[in-house]
Write a protein that binds this ligand. Structure first.
Ligand code: ADP
Ligand code: ADP
Length: 223
């Protein structure tokens, strides 16, 4: 697992929308932090800056002391965003195999089956995304993000379309998995309940431009 450090990280989009005020923050290795705040306050932007998908207009994000591009290149970072962006012409299993292949990791059928079961998609491994519901596609994207056992996991509203029952199951299973793997996880969500259940720490952002209004340690006993 890896720590993430933000040094005066800031983002103003072309056109002048100031999404993130210079932000200094440290996310400890192996912990799960939830970012919550009103819609449009800049949460996704923070995550995309950390992922290296967006160029900061000031400051920097460092993953284990290195720029995001390094981590991405090593295959240590995985993302699951609101839009599951699965390859439509590949089955759930093939979508997972693809990221494993890209990361140069072994394609162990048993482990892939375990992940598919973890997200409640048992029996759908050979189904293409078009034949799945939106929530099932999101779950497939979560399985894909977990497949490489990334050291840093970035989740942006990954459960938005997931049904309540499965979400409850995931909320039970995921923290244990992250702890076992020592994954550093950052979770953007608008659900305070989800944030508290899944995380060790909840950061509350103000309306745009995002600055921190509360930084709360969560100490929830886990089964
Ligand atoms: P959140 O994830 O908290 O809902 P975002 O980070 O998605 O917020 O967006 C923060 C602000 O930046 C919003 O006002 C949004 O409209 C704006 N924004 C997001 N992406 C872009 C972009 N690519 N270009 C211009 N403005 C953007
Ligand atoms: P593989 O090499 O694993 O067999 P391909 O990349 O050749 O997979 O694609 C398999 C099928 O998906 C082909 O029928 C191809 O036309 C289709 N395909 C490939 N790329 C795209 C794309 N960007 N969008 C939609 N369909 C695609």
């Amino acid at each position: 697992s890896v720590p993430v450090t933000l040094h005066a990280l800031a983002k103003t989009y072309p056109g002048g929308v100031e999404a993130v005020r210079p932000l200094d923050m440290e996310f400890a290795a192996g912990r799960t932090t939830a970012l919550v705040g009103p819609s449009g306050c800049g949460k996704s932007t923070v995550l995309r800056l950390i992922a290296g998908l967006e160029v900061p207009s000031g400051g920097s994000a460092a993953i284990d002391g290195a720029p995001p591009s390094e981590t991405t290149r090593r295959g240590d970072l995985a993302l699951a965003f609101q839009d599951p962006s699965l390859l439509p012409w590949r089955t759930v299993r093939q979508n997972i195999e693809l990221v494993l292949g890209l990361a140069g990791r072994p394609l162990r059928r048993r482990e892939i089956d375990d992940l598919i079961r973890l997200v409640g998609l048992e029996g759908f491994g050979d189904t293409r995304p078009a034949a799945l519901s939106g929530g099932m596609r999101q779950r497939a994207a979560i399985a894909r993000a977990l497949a490489t056992a990334p050291r840093l996991l970035l989740l942006d509203e990954p459960f938005g379309a997931v049904d309540a029952l499965t979400r409850q199951q995931l909320a039970q299973d995921l923290p244990a998995l992250w702890e076992a793997r020592n994954t550093t996880t950052l979770l953007v969500t608008h659900s305070v309940a989800e944030a508290v259940t899944l995380s060790d720490r909840v950061i509350v952002f103000s309306p745009r431009p995002a600055h921190v209004v509360a930084d709360i340690a969560i100490d929830l006993p886990r089964p």
